[in-house]
Write a protein that binds this ligand. Structure first.
Ligand code: SF4
Length: 452
């Protein structure tokens, strides 16, 4: 089982694999750099998908921040641009207290020719002496959701945690654990997490995730203006919010009112993500709006919603997200958007069903439905920005999640396609997908939408 502490991470936008992961990799390279080496210059090479969408996904900004010692969970999003700007002017940064030359315009190399051998999101760091000798180097793969793995360890990477009392690696095993223990899906996850840390710490982390998600929604609801990037996408959450409030004041309440709010919550979060603000990776940044939107729907629209229900929601969602991470991928560069918005929708469907009191079988069914209707969804961000189609797509992922939970709860849990089968199908579909549809911005909407 992958811990919820790994699946839900606090970071900054716009991308978990292209921003959060590279920032962590850069920071790790610097932290492990021998302070006695006479480093005169640093060089970073981005390969594959990271090179194709570098500035659109803020990978360049992320590696600069990481080299400067910043971490995604603690960097001040409002100060980040100033830090990057200053390093660009000074053409140097400080490593272990010593100035080292670093000119982002030439020391961040975008290698779009070399095909990285292990993973499409690969980056390399080099510390150079004054004569150009390479003193130290490291290569990392950013494998989705902010997870990073040294390239040479990728194949052996294991996400299993030690001594989990009710460990599971498939949907079938998860259901078995609930039968054996008599626990809910959330109860199984909590039992495993409790083997790693005290329950008070787990509850505090769940509360932190909830508060960070809700704060992101609130912030997104009041921001105006345009998002970063050359297509100048106008933020629309604030205007949409005002319209919905006005409609409520006039007591004009269409039957689909709740869906309008769900879409609004998702759009608010993803506009914040696109702006590089503080978000929760859930399970990625591109898909960061789905789970907050459905969680907020549960909180604001479902009778008897409670804080305990929100905890069950997140614990259950983490179980499902972990299965996708373990057995397929949550990286758009590996499997397309089905691995991002599709997985988030599946997680949210399971989480909502759990919070509403579904049985383990119904929860497994909800997760399966949530993914089944995202199979084959490509990743084709216009101009390499996490904006079009990403922002609106989160609204659809959230609405589909609610529908999936509802459909599953109208049944008794019996269904034809299992969660494990749909996870396997998603992985195979992603493998067969042309690379132009996997976060390279070389196909789909990215080439058919006129940018000017
Ligand atoms: S299309 Fe989907 S996977 Fe691709 S960048 Fe947007 S949200 Fe991420």
């Amino acid at each position: 089982m992958i811990s919820l502490f790994d699946l839900f991470k606090i970071g900054i936008g716009p991308s978990s694999s292209h921003t959060v992961g590279p920032m962590r990799a850069a920071r790790r390279f610097i932290a492990h750099l021998n302070p006695t080496f006479p480093v005169a210059r640093l060089r970073v090479t981005l390969y594959g998908s990271l090179a194709w969408t570098a500035s659109g996904h803020a990978t360049d900004k992320a590696v600069i921040l990481g080299l400067a010692g910043e971490a995604p969970e603690s960097v001040n999003p409002d100060a980040a641009d100033d830090i990057v700007h200053q390093i660009g002017i000074d053409r140097r940064l400080f490593v272990h207290g010593h100035p080292v030359a670093f000119d982002p315009t030439c020391d961040i190399v975008l290698d779009r020719e070399t095909i990285p051998p292990i993973h499409p999101n690969t980056l390399q760091f080099e510390a150079l002496a004054s004569d150009g000798t390479v003193l130290d180097t490291a290569r990392f793969c950013s494998v989705g959701g902010g997870f990073i793995v040294p390239e040479d360890a990728t194949k052996q990477a294991s996400y299993a945690q030690p001594d989990m009392p009710l460990d599971f690696t498939s949907g079938t095993e998860l259901l078995d654990r609930t039968c054996q223990s008599g626990l809910t899906v959330a109860g199984v996850v909590l039992a495993n997490e409790s083997a790693l840390r005290p329950q008070t710490e787990i509850a505090a982390y769940l509360d932190l995730i909830i508060e960070t998600m809700m704060a992101c929604v609130e912030r997104g609801l009041v921001q105006h203006g345009t998002l970063p990037g050359r297509i100048k996408v106008r933020r629309r959450a604030a205007a949409l919010h005002e319209r919905l409030m006005e409609r409520a004041r006039l007591n004009q309440r269409p039957p689909h009112e709740a869906m309008d709010w769900v879409s609004l919550f998702a759009i608010a979060v993803n506009e914040e993500n696109a702006a590089g603000s503080r978000v929760v990776t859930a399970p990625t940044n591109g898909a960061a709006g789905v789970i907050p939107a459905v969680l907020r729907y549960y909180r604001d629209f479902c009778p008897d919603a409670s804080r305990a229900g929100m905890h069950d929601f997140l614990l259950t969602a983490a179980a499902v997200g972990g299965l996708f991470k373990l057995n397929a991928s949550i990286s758009g560069a590996e499997v397309g958007c089905q691995g991002e918005v599709g997985v988030a929708s599946s997680m949210a469907a399971a989480g909502l069903a759990a919070a509403l009191g579904a049985t383990p079988l119904q929860i497994e069914n909800a997760a399966e439905i949530g993914m089944e209707h995202h199979l084959g969804m490509t990743c084709d961000p216009v101009a390499g920005l996490v904006q079009i189609p990403c922002i609106e797509r989160n609204a659809f992922g959230a609405v589909k999640a609610i529908n999936a939970a509802s459909l599953a709860m109208h049944g008794d849990g019996a269904h034809h396609v299992s969660l494990d089968q749909v996870i396997r199908t998603m992985a195979e579909t992603g493998r067969d997908m042309n690379h132009r549809y996997k976060e390279t911005a070389l196909g789909g909407l990215a080439v058919n939408f006129p940018e000017c």
